[in-house]
Design a protein around this ligand. Structure first.
Ligand code: ATP
Length: 404
């Protein structure tokens, strides 16, 4: 009986102890899970902190690099005149020349290259790779023009002359060899604005299937300060690689004007660009299939060096059209217009002193007068109103009232 009671007690206390162990075990498991969760959170926080540290380190490095760069003295841009072994003769923008060392890190430096030089020692520390042929192609307008001889009204003599000087040598160079004469390397078209100089150049490029490379003189000297001369060189290289080609230099007076007295560095720069242009023209042969057409509204200020024999030595004046010329130009621009009882001769007579560009403007305006009145055809009166409008616009422009 007593033994039985003892056994019961043992079983009871074992049950109690078992229950305690279970609870403890459960509590332990729970706290372990909590700890693991906390561990996970701490782990991800650590990762984030590490990422942030890396980011901050990068920011710091960048700021430090920028600061170091900002503290560096600026480098001068110079042009290499010639190379003598591992040394170079360079020309600074103020035209002074220096003989200096070229750093071993700078490879493949040649005469004509632009380089960066240390301000104090003037040693060459870097080469400037700015005007590759790609840059030249971005700067110039290069295309195969659609304009042909039929797009030009009037200008009969001028067309004949352009054909003789540009078209014939490009199409039939052998003829010149047989006869034993040298065709001009280029021509200069001069005359008032809007008279068809660009049109002539484009038409001859079209008829000879030549690449038309258009450059504007003023842009050449303004856009690429310090690099005009190199650009001229690159333009000629490009023209040779795309031959047959025609280099059309509009506003050539911006480069080749006599009013330069090389006083300022800007004027010296223009002068250098002009010298390079002359050197390039002199550097190719009369029968090379690259031709140059210069155009200007200011022949009076042109440096005669550009029109010396062997350069742009055929001068062609492109003046304002006479009445017959105007009629021809009107015919070109009204070809596709729906006209009703328009006496083109009368229209032409009323457009005294109008340039080709103004005549085209009149035709467009006449079309607009018709559109405003909901008509699909253009009348004599539309032309008369258009002439008045263009004439008034011109007068306003001359008086400087164009922008109010
Ligand atoms: P700028 O000196 O201002 O550069 P430009 O003499 O080169 O002028 P163009 O650009 O050839 O003149 O002419 C401008 C536009 O006027 C031409 O695109 C054309 O539509 C018209 N034009 C001028 N002259 C003629 C012409 N003789 N025949 C037909 N259209 C002409």
């Amino acid at each position: 009986m007593e033994k039985e009671a003892v056994e019961k007690k043992v079983v009871y206390s074992e049950t109690i102890a078992g229950q305690d162990i279970d609870a403890e075990h459960k509590a332990l498991l729970e706290s372990m899970e909590r700890l693991e969760e906390e561990n996970r959170i701490i782990g991800s926080t650590l990762n984030r902190v590490e990422e942030e540290t890396a980011m901050l380190r990068e920011l710091f490095n960048n700021a430090n690099k920028e600061l170091t760069n900002l503290k560096k003295p600026a480098l001068l841009v110079a042009e290499v005149v010639s190379m003598i072994g591992d040394k170079a003769i360079i020309r600074l923008p103020n035209a002074n020349k220096f003989y200096c060392y070229v750093s071993q890190n700078v490879q493949d430096v040649r005469a004509g290259d632009n380089v960066l030089v240390d301000q104090k020692t003037l040693n060459v520390v870097e080469k400037v790779h700015s005007t590759s042929n790609n840059d030249v192609e971005k700067f110039v307008i290069m295309d195969k023009p659609k304009e042909n001889w039929k797009s030009i009204g009037g200008l009969k003599n001028e067309i004949e002359e352009v054909k003789e000087v540009i078209e014939l040598p490009l199409k039939n160079p052998k003829l010149f060899e047989k006869v034993g004469i040298q065709p001009p390397k280029g021509i200069l078209l001069y005359g008032p604005p809007g008279t068809g100089k660009t049109l002539l150049a484009k038409a001859v490029a079209n008829s000879t299937d030549a690449t038309f490379i258009e450059v504007v003189g003023s842009e050449l000297v303004q856009k690429f300060i310090g690099e005009g001369a190199k650009l001229v060189k690159d333009i000629f290289t490009l023209a040779r690689s795309k031959a047959p080609s025609i280099i059309f230099i509009d506003e050539i007076d911006a480069l080749a004007s006599t009013r330069m007295d090389t006083g300022t560095s800007g004027e010296r720069e223009v002068n250098r660009t002009f010298m390079q242009l002359l050197a390039e023209i002199d550097g190719f042969d009369h029968l090379d299939n690259v031709k140059i057409i210069g155009a200007t509204n200011r022949a009076d200020i042109l440096d005669t060096a550009i029109i010396r024999p062997g350069r742009l030595d055929r001068l062609i004046e492109v003046g304002l059209p006479d009445e017959e010329g105007r009629l021809d130009i009107i015919k070109v621009h009204t070809q596709k217009m729906n006209l009703q009882k328009v006496m083109l001769k009368k229209v032409s007579a009323k457009m005294q002193d109008f340039s080709g560009a103004e005549i085209r403007a009149v035709c467009t305006e006449a079309g607009y007068f018709a559109i405003r009145e909901n008509r699909e055809y253009v009348t004599q009166r539309d032309f008369e109103q258009a002439i008045e409008k263009v004439r008034l616009q011109d007068e306003d422009e001359e008086d400087g009232k164009f922008f109010g």
